[in-house]
Design a protein around this ligand. Structure first.
Ligand SMILES: Cc1cc2nc3c(=O)[nH]c(=O)nc-3n(C[C@H](O)[C@H](O)[C@H](O)COP(=O)(O)O)c2cc1C
Length: 123
């Protein structure tokens, strides 16, 4: 399973590095990268204009058919808006919201994601 993510201030990148999984970092300059294998998305939470590159990526070629779930990083101080980007993406593309965490996550968050990925059975 591949991890596709983006990161504006580096928190999500740090979290993904801790997973030690095959990963792809999206950048605003070119999110139109086709993939031909199952992946999950791990996204920070920002206004839609900032996160639209994820929609661009998912809607590139056959990418949507390989999307297996979405995880979100955020800041609990945002209360009801905590991790809304990941929640919205999961709903929009009808895939599970697999985990939510704060900032660069902790050991438990890493284990949780790894377990969900194992359970999905694509490794
Ligand atoms: C301008 C701005 C808006 C944010 N809005 C939200 C929000 O609505 N909900 C939330 O959970 N986190 C919000 N965050 C927190 C970030 O999603 C969080 O810090 C995340 O770990 C950043 O990831 P990154 O360093 O990979 O970009 C916001 C952060 C900034 C700077």
């Amino acid at each position: 399973m591949k991890v596709v993510y983006f990161s504006l201030t580096g928190q999500t990148r740090k979290f993904v590095n801790k997973l030690e999984m095959d990963s792809l970092e999206l950048t605003p300059t070119d999110p139109f990268i086709p993939v031909n294998e199952p992946y999950i998305i791990i996204t920070p939470t920002y206004d839609r204009e900032m996160t639209e590159i994820l929609n661009d990526f998912i809607e590139t070629e056959h990418n949507q058919s390989f999307l297996k779930g979405v995880a979100g990083g955020g800041n609990l101080n945002f209360a009801q808006l905590f991790v809304f980007t990941a929640k919205d993406l999961a709903e929009e593309y009808n895939v599970p919201l697999i985990h939510c965490f704060e900032f660069q996550g902790n050991e438990e968050d890493v284990l949780k994601i790894k377990k969900v990925v194992d359970d999905l059975g694509y490794n």
